[in-house]
Design a binder for this molecule. Structure first.
Ligand SMILES: [Zn+2]
Length: 190
């Protein structure tokens, strides 16, 4: 069925290629004249990691703030009073590490509140917000609309450049790719 309606890929490279065939399609909005697909056409599947367990985003911010304060206090006492000098560097390292976790938690909670979808780990796991502020760890697969092979969602791009969330085909990873617009994904009901 996905073979029925690719639309013409020739033409003036404008966004309207295939629009007649994909009235509701908006998974791919690359603007490069490539066809677009709906989540149904691609058979997008969400896989929840951690057995579908969630964390409330408020709890994550609170955790971040408490950890942040504790690490700063810990660092202060390490450097100025409590511990014998010989142990300073290991305690400082531990508290700086804690501080990094704190900043990370607070910023993840803030970003997710707005975007509801953010790349998180190893370029293949994503944090998503459910409809009642729970945070979930998910990965995604789909079926390639060209060759029916499996596709995996990956966050790709240069380290300091813009990154894209892109479904990549296992069989033809170079040409069979579809950029994901995460707003088309169904909400996680809680
Ligand atoms: Zn393919």
């Amino acid at each position: 069925m996905p073979h029925d309606n690719h639309g013409s890929q020739s033409g003036d490279n404008s966004l309207n290629v295939g629009v007649g065939d994909f009235r509701d399609a908006n998974v791919n909005v690359g603007g490069n004249g490539r066809p677009t697909f709906t989540p149904e056409q691609m058979g997008i599947r969400r896989h929840q990691a951690l057995g579908g367990h969630s964390v409330k985003s408020e709890n994550l911010s609170t955790f971040g703030i408490v950890t942040g304060i504790a690490s700063v206090a810990g660092l202060y006492f390490t450097l100025f009073q409590a511990f014998p000098r010989s142990q300073h560097s290991s305690w400082s390292t531990a508290f700086i590490f804690m501080f990094a976790i704190a900043i990370f938690s607070v910023s993840v909670a803030a970003v997710i509140r707005k975007r509801k979808f953010e790349h998180f780990l190893f370029r293949k796991y994503y944090i998503e917000a459910g409809n009642h502020n729970g945070l979930y760890l998910s990965s995604f697969t789909a079926t390639c609309p060209w060759c029916q092979s499996k596709m995996h969602l990956r966050n790709i791009g240069p380290k300091d450049g813009p990154c894209y969330d892109r479904f990549i085909c296992e069989r033809n990873p170079r040409q069979h790719t579809v950029d994901l617009d995460p707003t088309v994904l169904p909400e996680i009901e809680e």
